[in-house]
Design a protein around this ligand. Structure first.
Ligand code: IMP
Length: 199
């Protein structure tokens, strides 16, 4: 086993409890111990590529807390809006919100969209972050639905479903979501190199 992995808890550096609750369930399936690490003052990285954002955040977090960590960055890419808001998803959600997105799409018939998530793992003893990607294809519906108020969940229906992410339980969302896919890839890789067995 690589020395940097032995018996370690992985800290998910995030202040978003929704993200943590989704990821924790996936990691638990692989017997990977995880904890949420809030209040690590992250650098404000802006880049056209969310992988660069995740990598920069991982490097910054390890520099500050010197622990084995993962960070995760997500973007919503809407086809008819030429992949907007993409890397600007956080700003757009904070400013115009879901209502603003629905207004931008009022007369648009192609409602295709996708979420992309990058999970970046880093440890003080390794040089560069390892990144894992997950995507969820789907569409933007015309009115918000669902009570799980997390980001764009009330306006996004993944392919092969009729429910928005906000109408699903965490377990259901984890069967479709970008984040679940990226964390599963990470968990498989981590289990392989650390010798953990999936339950
Ligand atoms: P970030 O990864 O925290 O930068 O997320 C960018 C934006 O996308 C924020 O406004 C989040 O609320 C939103 N977001 C992130 N993940 C999800 C998700 O799984 N569903 C819906 N919105 C999300």
């Amino acid at each position: 086993m690589p020395p940097f992995l032995k018996g370690k808890v992985i800290f998910f550096v995030t202040s978003n409890i929704h993200k943590f609750n989704e990821a924790r369930r996936i990691l638990r399936e692989y017997k990977i111990s995880t904890a949420m690490l809030k209040n690590v003052d992250a650098v404000e990285v802006q880049d056209d590529d969310i992988e660069n954002v995740a990598k920069a955040n991982a490097i910054d977090a390890v520099r500050k807390c010197k622990l084995s960590i993962v960070v995760e960055d997500t973007g919503l890419f809407i086809k008819a809006l030429k992949d907007f808001p993409g890397p600007y998803s956080s700003f757009v959600h904070r400013t115009i919100g879901n209502d603003g997105i629905l207004r931008l799409m009022e007369n648009i018939t192609d409602r295709s969209a996708r979420f992309k998530s990058i999970v970046a793992f880093l440890d003080p003893l390794i040089a560069k972050p390892f990144c894992f990607t997950g995507e969820a294809q789907g569409k933007i519906i015309k009115e918000k639905r669902g009570s799980r108020e997390f980001g764009f969940d009330p306006i996004f229906v993944p392919s092969n479903s009729t429910e928005t992410f906000a109408e699903m339980s965490i377990e259901e969302k984890n069967q479709h979501s970008h984040r679940a896919l990226a964390f599963r890839k990470f968990a498989k890789w981590y289990s392989q190199i650390s010798g953990l067995q999936k339950s």
